[in-house]
Design a protein. Structure first.
Length: 114
């Protein structure tokens, strides 16, 4: 299983970015896809997750600003990030997990700076 993330970049505070992550390979149909992030000097933390049935969860710090969605047919998960703040700066990783599988993509850098 491979995960390919894209969409990171440099954005000003208050701006928006959309991350995408496509999973390929032998993927169990019932799975959880999600986004995590790791800022310099900090531990990796969960940002948002979405089940194959569309149930979502969000970190408190991003509720109301970020939206996670997925395309089941394409095994792709998206993260729409609005009203970005300095503290959102981090490397963002996508993940897919099911009972016998747990896979990570390479991170994509998101930098919020004026």
């Amino acid at each position: 299983v491979q995960l390919q993330a894209s969409g990171g970049g440099l954005v000003q505070p208050g701006g928006s970015l959309r991350l995408s992550c496509a999973a390929s390979g032998s993927i169990f149909s019932r799975n959880l896809m999600g986004w995590y992030r790791q800022a310099p000097g900090k531990q990796r933390e969960v940002v948002a997750t979405i089940t194959s049935s569309g149930i979502t969860t969000y970190a408190d710090s991003v509720k109301g600003r970020f939206t996670v969605s997925r395309d089941i047919a394409e095994n792709t998960v998206y993260l729409q990030m609005n009203s970005l703040k300095f503290e959102d700066t981090a490397v963002y990783y996508c993940n897919i997990v099911w009972p016998l599988g747990n896979y990570w993509g390479k991170g994509t850098q998101v930098t919020v700076s004026s």
